[in-house]
Design a protein around this ligand. Structure first.
Ligand SMILES: Cc1ncc(COP(=O)(O)O)c(C=O)c1O
Length: 387
């Protein structure tokens, strides 16, 4: 930082130019991310109420009320309008809070948590932080966690089981109802990571798709991650941790007494936290309603199938599995998938690479022409590698 500041116009000019290097959602080139361009109304209220700090909640009681209503609306979407919880920084914080809660509830000393091999790496981070052992269980031929292996993995040190409703790599939903039975039978905490699927599955179900149960309708489910900053179209940061009841939320609550707003309770990792995120989620849930989100999800699914069918027509490529939601995995028995990803990146496609597949996420900013252009480039890449 220089001693003398620069005029606003010159700083703005420089920042516009510097940031023009970044990928943009509007280009349609970000085709491997779970984030998207936030809805204009959510952006508007987010910037309007940027000053609201839920870390000092006594100063902002109106936002506290909005957060409760938001959690109740998200809870209703997940079959429990009485859910308790918070809008947090994202799926990582939500998953970590869930494991923290499970650990605090348990009296065990050397705790382990059973997670599917497909679970997001945030569980590894959380376990490292919380001193928990992670036990990874393999998948069946539909890329879901192998329930019998989960049952076998439970031992006297197990405190929790995790199920995923919309895996990071392929958007697959684990057999949560069977995990719920195991959790209930063995008195274990069951957390469902629906960071991505939470804003997709309920709408697919309402559209008439066969969606297996994954939410609080299952008695063993203690908490759910659902992220508004993914398919919820809300600006970053906006994750969601929902607990079945207030008692569970209170497990990780701390009282803070020195704040300007008076004594307050915090049950998230961060202290100072964005009230604007809460306002944005509340406003968008009210504005779009179920119909609005359904329309968005349906649009994404239409393009997802177009993409999947297009990939299947390219010699040497295939889809890993029929898409459950708006995520497609591309694999090949002929070509090195890393080389394909490299070539796509050279052509400025921001794809996501997993050990044996390329992941495409068809978010709301992706349009038909982007899918068509992507398929053309993909064909081109395959021709180049093949020739
Ligand atoms: C299933 C799942 N859970 C959790 C996360 C972590 O979310 P975040 O990046 O918001 O922390 C992701 C991120 O992609 C995810 O796919």
């Amino acid at each position: 930082m220089k001693n003398k500041g620069l005029p606003e116009s010159s700083v703005l000019k420089e920042i516009e130019s510097r940031l023009s290097e970044d990928f943009t959602y509007s280009s349609g080139r970000i085709i491997g991310s779970m984030c998207t361009f936030p809805h204009p109304l959510a952006r508007k209220v987010y910037t309007r109420f940027l000053d609201r700090n839920l870390g000092d909640s006594g100063l902002f009681p109106a936002v506290v009320k909005l957060e409760k209503e938001t959690i109740s609306m998200l809870g209703a979407l997940l079959s429990n309008p009485n859910a308790s919880g918070h809008i947090v920084t994202g799926g990582t914080e939500a998953n970590t809070l869930a494991l923290w809660t499970a650990k605090k509830l348990s009296k065990k000393k050397h705790c382990n948590v059973i997670v599917p091999a497909s679970a997001h790496y945030s569980f590894d981070k959380a376990a490292d932080l919380l001193g928990l052992k992670i036990v990874k269980v393999g998948l069946n031929n539909r890329f879901q966690v192998n329930v019998e292996d989960v049952r076998k993995a439970v031992n006297s040190n197990t405190i929790a089981i995790v199920g995923v409703a919309g895996t990071t790599g392929l958007g697959v939903v684990d057999p949560i109802s069977e995990l719920s039975e195991i959790a209930a039978e063995k008195d274990l905490y069951l957390h469902v990571d629906a960071a991505f699927g939470g804003f997709v599955l309920p709408f697919l179900k309402e559209t008439g798709f066969d969606v297996s149960d994954f939410d609080f309708s299952l008695p063993g489910v203690c908490s759910i991650t659902i992220d508004p900053h993914k398919m919820g179209l809300v600006p970053i940061p906006a994750g969601g941790i929902l607990y079945r009841n207030e008692r569970l939320r209170k497990t990780v609550a701390w009282n803070v007494s020195y704040l300007a707003g008076g004594e307050t309770e915090q049950a998230t990792f961060v202290g100072t936290r964005s009230g604007a995120s809460v306002v944005a989620v509340w406003v968008l849930l009210k504005h779009l309603g179920r119909e609005g989100y359904k329309r968005i999800v349906r649009g994404c699914m239409r393009l997802t199938w177009k993409l999947a069918r297009g990939i299947q027509k390219i010699n040497g490529l295939n889809i890993v599995t029929e898409p459950t939601m708006n995520i497609v995995g591309i694999e090949s028995e002929v070509f090195d998938i890393c080389r394909i990803a490299q070539e796509l990146r050279v052509r400025k496609w921001a794809v996501s690479l997993f050990p044996s597949h390329i992941r495409i996420v068809v978010m709301p900013h992706i349009q038909k022409q982007h899918i068509e252009r992507f398929l053309e480039d993909l064909k081109d890449v395959v021709n180049k590698l093949g020739g």
